[in-house]
Design a binder for this molecule. Structure first.
Ligand code: GRG
Length: 275
C-alpha cells in the first residue's frame, strides 16, 4: 500500500516539476539541460517528505508543492555534482548517461549550480506565498543543512578518504544524507504551521531516517568499489544498524501531536526498500 501511495505522490511531483520548470521560461538549450537530470525518474522521496511533513500538521499540500519541488532541485544538484569526474566519476544515473557525459563537465557543473539556486528560489517563493512569518530562519537552516556544515561538508569528508571509525562514518552519513531529509521535514512542518516541539521531533525523525536510508543505499550498492559501512564493517553490522535507526526514527515520533501514520509507514518503507 505504501508503494502505491509513493507512486501516486511521485506522479504529482513529476508533473509539478515539469510545470514549474516551464514557467521559468528558460530558453533552449538551458531548459533541456536542466530538464535532463531534474525530470529523470528519481523516487522524489524528499519532496514527498515536505508534503507529508506539511500535512501531518494540518497544512495544505498546495502550499508545500513548490517548496517541495525546490528541495528536489537541491537533491538533483547534489547528484549531478556527485557524478562528476572529480567526485564519484559515474557514467550512468537513472539508467542513462550522467549530465557531464551528455553536456560536458563544465556545463554539468553549471547545471548543478543552476539547480541549487533554482531550488532556493522555489522554496523562497513557496514560503512567501504561504505567509510563513519567519522565512529567513528557514532559509538560514537551509544554508546550514545543505552547506559546509551539512551536506557539502559531509561530501567533502567523504571524498577526502582516510581511516575512519564507525562513528566517523555515521557522522558523514548524518551530514551528507540526513540533513536534506531533515530539511525537507522542517520545511514541510513549518509551512504546516508546526511549533518548536513538533519541528524538533520531525528533525530528529529525519536524522535517523537519513542514516538508515544511506545504510540501505550502501547495502543495495555493494558492487560499488568505494568504501562504505557494509564494505568496511560487514553486511550484518550494516543491516543491524539500519534496523536500529528505523526503530529510532519510529520511536522519535511517539510524542508527535500531528498525524504520524504516513511518516511512520515512510520509515518502514525505507527499512524494506529494494530500489
Ligand atoms: C560540489 C558544492 C558541491 C556539492 C556537492 C555532491 C554533494 C555535494 C553531495 C552529494 C551527497 C550525496 C550524493 C549523498 C548521497 C545521498 C543518496 C543516497 C542519494 C540517492 O538518493 P535517492 O535514491 O535518489 O533518493 P533518486 O533521486 O535516484 O531517487
Amino acid at each position: 500500500m505504501i508503494n502505491d501511495l509513493l507512486k501516486r505522490e511521485k506522479a504529482q511531483i513529476d508533473k509539478a516539476l515539469g510545470d514549474f520548470l516551464l514557467q521559468e521560461n528558460f530558453k533552449p538549450p538551458l531548459h533541456e539541460m536542466l530538464s535532463y537530470p531534474l525530470l529523470s525518474p528519481g523516487k522524489r522521496l524528499r519532496p514527498i517528505l515536505v508534503l507529508w511533513g506539511c500535512e501531518s500538521l494540518g497544512g495544505k499540500r498546495e502550499e508545500a508543492l513548490k517548496p517541495a519541488c525546490g528541495v528536489e532541485c537541491l537533491h538533483v544538484f547534489s547528484l549531478v555534482h556527485d557524478d562528476l569526474p572529480g567526485m564519484d566519476n559515474s557514467d550512468i544515473r537513472w539508467g542513462k548517461p550522467t549530465a557531464h557525459k551528455v553536456f560536458g563537465e563544465g556545463k554539468a557543473v553549471l547545471i548543478g549550480d543552476a539547480l541549487l539556486l533554482l531550488g532556493i528560489k522555489w522554496i523562497s517563493e513557496g514560503l512567501k506565498n504561504s505567509g510563513v512569518v519567519d522565512s529567513l530562519s528557514i532559509l538560514c537552516e537551509l544554508a546550514q543543512m545543505v552547506g559546509p556544515a551539512g551536506l557539502v561538508g559531509g561530501q567533502f569528508d567523504d571524498i577526502s578518504g582516510g581511516a575512519r571509525t564507525l562513528d566517523d562514518w555515521l557522522n558523514i552519513y548524518e551530514r551528507k544524507t540526513s540533513r536534506l531529509f531533515q530539511f525537507s521535514l522542517l520545511l514541510g512542518g513549518t509551512i504546516g504551521g508546526g511549533g518548536e516541539k513538533e519541528l524538533n521531533i520531525l528533525k530528529e525523525f529525519g536524522k535517523y531516517l537519513g542514516i538508515a536510508f544511506q545504510l540501505g543505499d550502501d547495502l543495495l550498492d555493494l558492487s560499488k568499489e568505494e568504501p562504505s559501512i557494509p564494505r568496511e564493517f560487514g553486511v550484518e553490522v550494516a543491516k543491524k544498524l539500519e534496523k536500529g535507526y528505523i526503530e529510532k526514527a519510529v520511536s522519535a515520533m511517539s510524542d508527535f501531536s500531528g498525524a504520524r501514520e504516513k511518516l511512520i509507514s515512510f520509515a518502514e518503507y525505507i527499512g524494506q526498500r529494494n530500489e
